[in-house]
Unconditional design. Sequence first.
Lengths: 253, 210
Amino acid sequence: MPQKPSLLRANPILFSPLYLNAEKVSMEKLLSLYRFANLFFPQLGPGLVKTILDMENHGERLSANSSPEERRKLIREMKGLSMDIQYTLKDGRQKMMEFSIHIVPSEVLERAKLGKINLSQYQNLSDNLDKLIVRLIVKEIRRRFTFKMMEYFQTFLKSKQVPSFITQLLDMGWINRKGQLLKRASIDDLLTGKYREQFQRLMPEELLQEGMQIRETIKTCFAISQDNDDSLIQGAKKRHALLEITIRETKKQ
Amino acid sequence: MNDLRRLIYVPILHAREDSGRTASILHGNEKNDIKNEKNDKELSAVDEMWDGIATKIGGLNLPWNQTRIYQDGLPVCGNELEIVTRHAESGSPNFLFILDLIQKRAKLEGTENIDLLIREYDLLNKLLMKNSNKDRKELIAEYQAKSRELLTLRDEFILNRITSTLQKGELPIVFMGVMHRLDKMLEKDFFVSYVIYRLPFRSMGTIYNA
């Protein structure tokens, strides 16, 4: 079996090991997939983890209903066995996204036997899954948008009368002679910032619309990754309040 | 292995309302916060978690008059019962449950070093200070690093506290935040038995205190 990249870039986490076959994630149609997933599978990441949890729950029941010797025997006999569940999304015959969940039953049983749960591992798992998907989406939508813009820039660059705004972008090093948008270019500045007016005059309405949608999507994606810090601050406020009461009560003596 | 004493370990989430549902804190924004829908969902998830923990512990049929309770955030100070009562009155499901166990004749034990808790409080103060010039990310990273160090010191103190206060024939029940690594330390002296109630994953994410 080919080595699958671990989601956590480490050994399998406690409980059922989960791997994301990131190399298999196709870059095509990710924006529409993101919108679709938001509508129909708002809990895609947690949903996958829940599948694992359900399996583990079952493992616990199995563990509780058998003697220690039986459990040890079962674990021993299952050593080396593994199981893969594939979540695949296809566009026609083309695979768009594929998750591989790699399960080692003996490890699942071993952990169920120990009866230990580390909730922070689940949290990490969910967060990492979210971050990975967000990174892929951001990368893809940027690529698609810059590719679309390149077509227009190329057209302008080939024309006899190159618009002054395009010359300006060339001088600023935002685009090159091939019309490719370069790293230092700010899509935000073009769409909504200081170059908005010139950009709107040159570019067709549908491109601007798509750009705005993409911008919104990126913003949403970044909002997801910001959420952890917000949760931490909220948790910190509550812990602060708890300690405040505790310390005050302690001093009453 | 057979000589090891049993210890019941309850990993808990530091949920928002552990600080009390009516507690007024900091800049007075929390009263407004608690009204919003997100918080309602969290309240429900936290209630569900504590109902689950209570059911699981109830099912263990523990000898309550021989059970000693150790609680995350409860300092050794002589005012332990007052602190638990105060938090329970504020609506904390964690402390309400502890109070219930005390009524069943379980013994409450001061668990934490107050100096370390004050240090944690100071750290949180620094993190939450709005007039700080430091970048938020930088502050969070600093807080996380320092709180990890503090957590180890707290765990060491709690371990000593449990081993030195537990009487012969008594069963310890430990309520400790999931970020603690106390259970690993306890494994040398105790057979650690875990009581866990699983939250729905999504709900857990929103109330998790990382």
